[in-house]
Design a protein around this ligand. Structure first.
Ligand SMILES: Cc1cc2nc3c(=O)[nH]c(=O)nc-3n(C[C@H](O)[C@H](O)[C@H](O)COP(=O)(O)OP(=O)(O)OC[C@H]3O[C@@H](n4cnc5c(N)ncnc54)[C@H](O)[C@@H]3O)c2cc1C
Length: 389
């Protein structure tokens, strides 16, 4: 990293404790997670060793309040941890981040009883999952059909979800569906916590994917799946409010994950451009390539700065920050795709072959423009915010 990025890092003013956590995470990422990444990708193997190593450092505790077994630190530290892990292995990065995405709504909207009962499992290294998408309900999540029917002290769940990260390995799944007693389809959306091993919950299939091949992405089904009513988050019909508030906090997280991929591609690209020679010069000495690098480095630095801005808004709890979160998700994921594509280009033919990491990074980058709201949807959200009507 050159002086620009060193100064950016210094300006983050990490506390001594935060520096210690970051140093431990970066060492783990470099020494253990990164060396395993290519093999796990090749064989589509779930990275249990990485999960164990992450849990040895107690990284779930970073986002769980102390009262429920956590040791919370600033949101920006969590984001830096996601970025560091994702730079080493994007699959492992999204597996870890999904624990946060699934469980943050429980932290923000759960009752004391729910949090005391459920969160210590996550703080101790349990895995979380966030289940929204259905075959007919992707970008328009409100079209979901999963049904929650109250029955005495229970809720009976029927339906299914697709593309669920950690769907087969999660200890707790945050599932969105519609409350059978509420007619208005948007107002019916509700959220429940489903615990691993509940009868009637089945994993139907695991997807074969272009990238993130070591993470699991599952179709899951609920067939008369009975959970205690005590696992309902908020009141029946609170789901849409919970969903939107949760996505605003998970979008910066997926942005940091995308930035991790961009960071890895940038580092590999710069190293290769300095080393590879053609026509008697290094690839970096051709001015056209310097222009490409300059654009990418500038955009990378700007996006990193926007992470700090958005993290500051969230930490200060200063009301609405959805637009800023959308901008961050959009920019970081587009950058990840562009950076990895250019990194492959700068590697020439070698970049297209699996011997070099950039081949995997380009495959891993694509989904970041699709999940947590596709980038078309984010452009729409941002664009219409300027409409005078
Ligand atoms: C690897 C992977 C992991 C995932 N993990 C999870 C998870 O953990 N939990 C979960 O709930 N979901 C998850 N998803 C689902 C993901 O969030 C959805 O795929 C995404 O929201 C898009 O929905 P869709 O695939 O149905 O596409 P569609 O909504 O059908 O979109 C198809 C195309 O139409 C465009 N489009 C749709 N609506 C609009 C619009 N209003 N304006 C302009 N263009 C539009 C889209 O941008 C896209 O190009 C995951 C998906 C994948 C592939």
């Amino acid at each position: 990293m050159n002086a620009v990025f060193e100064r950016l890092e210094q300006r983050r003013h990490w506390s001594a404790e935060e520096q210690l956590v970051l140093a431990q995470v970066r060492r783990l990422a470099q020494e253990k997670i990164a060396p395993r990444a290519a093999g796990l990708d090749r064989t589509s193997t779930f990275p249990w060793d990485n999960v164990r190593d992450i849990n040895e450092l107690g990284l779930n505790a970073l986002f769980v309040p102390e009262a429920y077994g956590g040791a919370p630190m600033r949101y920006r530290l969590y984001l830096a941890v996601v970025q560091a892990i994702s730079a080493a292995c994007a699959s492992t990065g999204i597996i870890y981040a999904t624990n946060f995405h699934g469980m943050k709504p429980l932290i923000d909207f759960g009752t004391e009883e729910q949090k005391h009962r459920l969160l210590p499992r996550i703080a101790a290294g349990g895995m979380g999952s966030l289940a929204i998408t259905e075959p007919e309900a992707g970008s328009d999540a409100t079209a979901m059909r999963t049904k929650f029917t109250p029955d005495g002290d229970d809720i009976v769940m029927d339906g299914g979800k697709i593309f669920i990260t950690n769907g087969d390995v999660a200890d707790l799944l945050l599932v969105f569906g519609k409350w059978s007693e509420i007619e208005d389809p948007r107002r019916a959306i509700s959220a429940v916590i489903l615990e691993k091993g509940t009868p009637g919950f089945r994993v139907l299939r695991k997807e074969e994917k272009m990238g993130h091949r070591a993470s699991s992405t599952c179709a899951i089904a609920f067939e008369g799946c009975r959970i205690p009513r005590a696992n309902l988050l908020g009141a029946p019909g609170d789901g849409l409010r919970i969903l939107l508030a949760s996505l605003n906090k998970s979008r910066p997280s997926v942005a940091s994950h995308a930035l991790g991929i961009a960071q890895a591609a940038f580092e590999d690209m710069v190293a290769y451009m300095n080393e590879r020679r053609q026509s008697g010069q290094r690839v970096i000495d051709f001015q056209g390539n310097q222009f490409t690098l300059a654009d990418l480095a500038t955009e990378y630095a700007m996006t990193e700065s926007w992470v700090d801005h958005v993290a500051g808004l969230i930490e200060a709890n200063e009301g609405a920050f959805g637009l800023e979160a959308s901008m961050l998700k959009l920019r970081a994921s587009d950058l990840a795709m562009r950076m990895t594509t250019e990194a492959v280009q700068m590697h020439g033919g070698y970049g297209y072959c699996t011997d070099y990491r950039v081949e995997r990074l380009m495959r891993d980058a694509k989904i970041t423009q699709i999940w947590e709201g596709t980038n078309q949807v984010h452009r729409q959200i941002i664009g219409r915010s300027f409409s005078a009507r």
